[in-house]
Design a binder for this molecule. Structure first.
Ligand SMILES: Cc1ncc(COP(=O)(O)O)c(C=O)c1O
Length: 406
């Protein structure tokens, strides 16, 4: 299937299809005991979340609690420093309450839990941003909250662990395997399979079985919809390029959703970590192959036994051995170009944005900033809009300890 054969006017009606497929990617590969639970969530999504009552309640929450719309900032000093005439802009999801885009889908998922009469929300977290966002949503709606987190990430993201605890969530340490994001997802899924009658699983990205990739994308699309309108208001034009980092891919899908049907180049940035050798990165779309993991079919990094490979990135929120099925689909179509940025360039961008613009980015978001800078150097003119998915407070201790002050 070629990109030009897809009608992006009707794209969101057709993708995913009723079984949750984006082309051959997606679907729902889950044990029989979870099938009824997933169907319940899917049905609830199509009835409750599409109701005017739900939509107006979510809009009110976004406006009055989250602080939406988040602004777009023009990066004047950075654009001047690059000096090619290309103008750089950032969509400020770091200014969304709790400091990242994750709250966009968490408030939606937790509001759905409330409407469904569930008393508990369960999730995994990598960088802790999804955990903090869900703990916040749970506190807001009066729900119990269990967050599964690998012990490596618990150590690396200590401020977010404290935030989750202050917000009343139970942070459950996962020590299996590499003790990072993948193992946290495994543990959270296992817990959910035992508690699905009372609880709803609130996945942290556009991954997992149907309906999660669709549901999380739709809740996150507020980012792209807002950004498109704001950018037109600010400049009278669309950006020439849009850039976002891709872990599971929720901030990217949210941003891309606003621009898929426009003549805009779209770039997804994966973490190259220490380099292209297996185990040193988490660039699944770049180096992976088709496979099923965590209940969905996508492109993933596999070891010699066909199991999810060990992955690494300086960014805890990006070290996942697969990406959402819709990214795999857009990758195959050629509608989005997926590329990579390594740790070193990321840390440079972390300091560059901090020093030149007064914005400390999350290390995840710094991947997108680094790529935006690289892209701007190759373009003769035009504009690049980068999704600044989160703020870097959670990363400051780690960056200083590991890389020192630059
Ligand atoms: C600030 C920030 N950006 C990006 C990500 C990556 O997630 P996703 O690819 O789902 O946007 C994370 C994950 O924790 C994050 O905290």
């Amino acid at each position: 299937m070629k990109y030009n054969e897809i009608d992006f006017d009707t794209y969101f009606k057709n993708y995913p299809n009723a079984d949750g497929f984006f082309g051959k990617y997606g679907g729902s590969y889950i044990p029989p005991e979870l099938q009824a639970a997933m169907k319940e969530i899917t049905d609830a999504y199509f009835t409750i979340c599409k109701s005017s009552k739900f939509i107006s309640e979510l809009r009110k929450i976004r406006r009055e609690f989250q602080g939406r719309p988040t602004p777009i900032s023009y990066l004047e000093r950075l654009s001047n420093r690059i000096g090619t005439g290309v103008q750089l802009y950032v969509k400020r999801e770091d200014l969304n309450h709790t400091g990242a885009h994750k709250l966009n889908h968490c408030m939606g998922e937790a509001l759905l839990a409330k409407y469904m009469g569930k008393r508990k929300v369960i999730a995994e977290t990598g960088a802790g941003q999804h955990g903090v966002a869900l703990a916040t949503a749970a506190a807001y709606f009066g729900l119990e909250c269990d967050i599964y987190m690998g012990s490596v990430d618990i150590k690396k993201q200590a401020p977010n662990v404290a935030r989750m605890k202050i917000l009343g969530a139970n942070v459950i340490e996962v020590t299996e395997g590499l003790a990072t994001l993948k193992e946290a997802v495994d543990a959270a899924f296992l817990a959910y399979s035992k508690e699905y009658k009372d609880a709803i699983y609130c996945i942290g990205s556009v991954v997992g079985p149907h309906p999660f990739p669709m549901m999380v994308r739709d809740f996150q699309s507020v980012v792209g919809i807002e950004a498109r309108e704001q950018f037109l208001d600010m400049t009278g034009e669309l950006p020439d390029a849009v850039v976002a980092c891709v872990g599971g891919g929720s901030n990217a899908m949210g941003m891309f959703a606003g621009f898929l049907n426009d003549p805009v180049d779209i770039y997804g940035v994966e973490p190259l970590g220490r380099g292209p050798a297996m185990g040193d990165h988490a660039a699944s779309l770049q180096y992976g192959e088709e496979g099923i993991m965590h209940g969905f079919n996508s492109i993933m990094l596999k070891d010699e036994n066909g199991e999810p490979a060990p992955v690494y990135s300086v960014a805890s929120g990006l070290d996942y051995p697969s990406s959402g099925p819709e990214h795999a689909f857009l990758h195959d179509l050629g509608r989005v170009k997926y590329d990579v940025i390594g740790d070193e360039e990321t840390i440079d961008a972390f300091y560059t944005l901090s020093r030149l613009e007064g914005i400390i980015p999350a290390i995840e978001s710094a991947h997108a900033v680094a790529y935006g800078i690289k892209l701007a150097k190759t373009m003769g003119k035009g504009s690049v809009l980068i999704n600044l998915s989160g703020r870097g407070d959670k990363d400051m201790d780690y960056v200083i300890e590991t890389y020192g002050i630059r």
